[in-house]
Each structure stands twice: as C-alpha cells, then as structure tokens.
Design a protein. Structure first.
Length: 348
C-alpha cells in the first residue's frame, strides 16, 4: 500500500538504486545540502530494485538526519523500467526530478532546474552530467586516454540555458534554429508530472533489462510537442568506477547507444520508419569509415584506434538494433513492489 505525504510536495526527487549503498548514502547526504529552496517543498523517493531490500538500512539511516522526508519503495521486479515506473507512481510532487544513485548534485542543482522550468514554461528540463574518475586510474591513464574518458562520459552542451533539447539529427547543421543534443535521459532531468506522465508505466517494461526506456519516453514527448529545454547551470557529477574505464566497456556502450538510436523511433505509437532507415544508412557509413580508421591506426596509436572503434560500434548498433541483438544491462529476479515509510516520513 502506497503511503502518501500529508502535504503535497512541489518536487519529488526519484532515485532508483541497486546494491550501491555507499554511493546512495553520499547522494542522500548531498540532497540534504541542496540550497536556496525556500518555499519549495521536497520529498525524496528511493526505489530499491534489489530483491533483498539491501538499501533499506541506508535509507533509514539517512532519513533520520535529512531535512527532507524520505520514502523507501521496494521494487524487486527486474529491470530499470519497473524501478522508474514505481518511483513515478509513488511520487506525490507536481514535478519529478530524476537523479541516478551514482551521481551527486551541485548545491544549487534543484534551484536551477526549477528556475529554468518556470522561466521557459518547460515540460522537461535537462542538466549537465560531468564525470568523476578514480584518481589512481586517471593518474596512470596517459593524456590521450584521459581525454577519451572525459569525452565519453561527459553529457553537456555549450548551448545557453533555455535552448530546446531535441533528439539526434542526421544533419544537425541544417536545422533552422539552434538545438541542444544532450542525451535525453533521466540521469539529470526535471519534468512536470501532469504534462508528461499519462499512465502508471511511462517507461516501457520490455526495455527494462536492455535500456533505452528513458530515451524512448523523452522521444515520445518530443513528438507530442512537449517543451524540452536545457539548463547549463543544473550540474550533477557522476562517479565512474574503474571497471568502466576500459576499451571493451566503451565499445559495447557505444554499440548499445547506436541500438537505442535505431530502435526507439520504431517503438513510438506511430513508428518513424524513415528515421530508423536514415540512421541505418548513417550507421553503415560509421561502421565503414570508423572501422577502416581503427584498423589503420591500430599499429601506431592504440587509443586513437579505439576511439575510431567506438564510432564503428555505434554504427554497428544502428544496423543491429533489432531485439535479438540487444544485450542485457539491468535486472535481477524478484517479486512485487512494496512501499514502506522510513524515519523522516513522520515529518511530512
């Protein structure tokens, strides 16, 4: 049974988590330190996607000292889509702010998102995601490899706040107006719930283990003429563990990115066949050019060859976007969702 706050909050911060207790603890502490929210009521929803409810002690501990009410929700059904959908259903706020459990917000993160939403009457606001790397790994990586890692994990834009955010374009330079091409994802986003959420399953459950559910959700909002805008000041920092700082991880990540670009237009209520066909042609070019350059540079510059290899893998993903080629990225076996109050809930 869902437990609701007595006072309807202005914003629900939704955090999906899975067996990352130290990072979750850090995130909840940083949320407690959010600044310049006078007059704005906030609640925090933690959705635990681990069947053993491993995050509950961490949430209980944080709730006892956090100035915002926290609610714990157990969602053991496997897949990130179930976790996000459960968070959306549990959220009482007029607006929902999404942040990942391996991220931390800057002190004015939520203030900037809210100001941008009001200033531009936005339905969705996206902010930058900047990476934090293990110092010991970066110290040994070399300048070229460090530059590659920075580029691979940074999600930002030079566009000014208020610029429209749009999906990738085949020929962006031909657009008659400036657009921000920051990836449309939930790792730093604020949305107006009644304008954007029209069911209990806005994120497709069948994409819960492979990913792309948030890209599809925002792509659908784009085609529904929702106002998606950029906020350059609403920064969050993502901790990138050492196991992701490998050529293999980045190659497969870019392959998945290419797949998501290819299959999301086909999964809209009104499939955009021409868009996917165009991306497949672009993918063919990326595969040929990127693969050729990767092979050419492999004997002399391994890092540069790997960077071209990621271009080729992106192209391959756009060609092989079909369901049989998708790799599992999320999910463990589980059961039905359960919500329970914790510490600070009695304050609401």
């Amino acid at each position: 049974m869902q437990t609701r706050s007595v006072v309807t909050p202005d914003v629900s911060i939704v955090i999906a988590t899975f067996n990352r207790m130290p990072m979750l603890r850090r995130l909840l502490d940083r949320c407690d330190g959010l600044q310049e929210l006078d007059g704005t009521s906030v609640e925090i929803i933690v959705v635990d996607n681990a069947p053993d409810q491993s995050a509950l002690p961490t949430v209980n501990e944080a709730a006892g000292r956090n100035r915002f009410p926290i609610r714990y929700v157990s969602e053991p059904r496997p897949g990130i889509s179930h976790a996000r959908n459960t968070g959306v259903v549990a959220a009482c706020g007029r607006m929902i702010a999404f942040i990942d459990d391996d991220e931390v917000p800057s002190p004015l993160w939520l203030r900037h998102l809210l100001d941008t939403q009001r200033r531009f009457d936005a339905d969705v606001v996206f902010g930058p995601v900047l990476p934090e790397f293990p110092a010991e790994v970066m110290a040994d990586a070399g300048e070229k490899r460090r530059s590659w890692f920075e580029a691979a994990f940074t999600q930002t834009s030079d566009c000014p706040t208020g610029t429209a955010v749009a999906p990738n374009q085949l020929m962006p330079n031909l657009m008659p107006w400036p657009i921000c091409r920051r990836p449309m994802a939930t790792n730093n986003a604020l949305l107006v719930k009644e304008r954007c959420i029209h069911s209990d399953t806005p994120f497709r459950p069948d994409l819960g283990r492979t990913g792309g559910e948030d890209s599809l959700f925002f792509l659908d909002l784009h085609y529904r003429r929702c106002r998606l805008v950029w906020c350059a000041e609403a920064v969050v920092h993502e901790f990138v563990p050492a196991e992701r700082l490998t050529e293999t991880f980045l190659l497969w990540r870019r392959f998945r990115d290419g797949q998501i670009t290819g299959f999301t237009p086909m999964m809209l209520d009104r499939p955009r066949v021409g868009r996917t066909a165009g991306w497949m042609l672009a993918g063919l070019a990326q595969l040929g050019i990127g693969g050729g350059l990767a092979l050419a540079f492999l004997p002399v510059d391994r890092v540069r060859a790997a960077r071209y290899g990621t271009t080729a893998m992106t192209g391959l993903g756009k060609l092989l976007w079909m369901k049989p080629f998708r790799r599992r990225a999320y999910g463990q076996s589980g059961r039905r969702a359960e919500t329970r109050p914790v510490g600070a809930m009695s304050k609401s």
